[in-house]
Structure formats: C-alpha cells, structure tokens
Design a protein. Structure first.
Length: 127
C-alpha cells in the first residue's frame, strides 16, 4: 500500500528494516534506522512513494543529489544504509549494478600533480 504521507513512509521504512537489520539497537543499527527514516521522508517528498514502491531511480536520485554536498565518509554511510534497504527489498541482484557511484568508497584518494609530488619529495623541480 502506498503511504499517504511522509510519516507513513517513515513507518514503512522502519518496519522494512527492523526485520532485516540485526545487532544491538543501541549501536550502528539505530544510526542506520534513523538515516533510513530521513531517506524515506525525502524520497516521499520528492516522488510520493514509500519504501515498498521504490524503484532504482529513486535511490539513485537520492545518492546523486542529496548526498552531493556531504563529505565522502558521510556519503559512504548513506550508501550503506541504502544498500541495507535494497537487501531488505530483495532487489540486490538487479539494482546493485545500477547504484554504482563515487559514494561507494569511504574516502576519496587525493592525487598529486607532478609538481606537488616533486616538491614533497624534497628534490628541486627543474624548469
């Protein structure tokens, strides 16, 4: 059943993940539940669908637009929460390939230019 409002979408998300996430509720499980509730409210506001009606485009939209300004570690945590939602919906075989993106790594690797690498090595740069 499609949720009538964001509050019902949040309740549906809590019901969906409460069955699938294992562990102590005072640990990371609670963080994932709270994050999943926020994700459900945002997606419902944008698309008027609940967790049981999600399509891969809804989750991809969330990761691409709503986490764009977050630090890489925070984006990764949102990715993990969405991954748990996908597993709870039994859609991992079809959706995980489409949900590839820069949010899948907890930190970005900074690459140095040649000039920066030479100046950090202590050797003089030639002109």
């Amino acid at each position: 059943m499609r949720p009538a409002n964001a509050q019902q979408a949040v309740q549906h998300m809590e019901h969906l993940l409460a069955r699938k996430l294992t562990g102590k509720r005072s640990s990371r499980v609670r963080e994932h539940l709270n994050r999943a509730k926020r994700i459900a409210a945002i997606i419902h506001y944008q698309f008027q669908v609940g967790p049981y009606q999600y399509q891969v485009k809804h989750l991809r939209w969330y990761l691409a637009t709503q986490t764009a300004q977050l630090k890489p570690a925070a984006r990764y945590r949102h990715w993990l929460t969405i991954k748990y939602c996908v597993y709870a919906l039994n859609k991992e075989a079809h959706w995980m390939g489409v949900l590839q993106g820069s949010w899948q790594t907890p930190a970005t690797i900074k690459t140095l230019s040649n000039d920066e690498a030479l100046s950090q090595s202590g050797q003089p740069t030639s002109l």
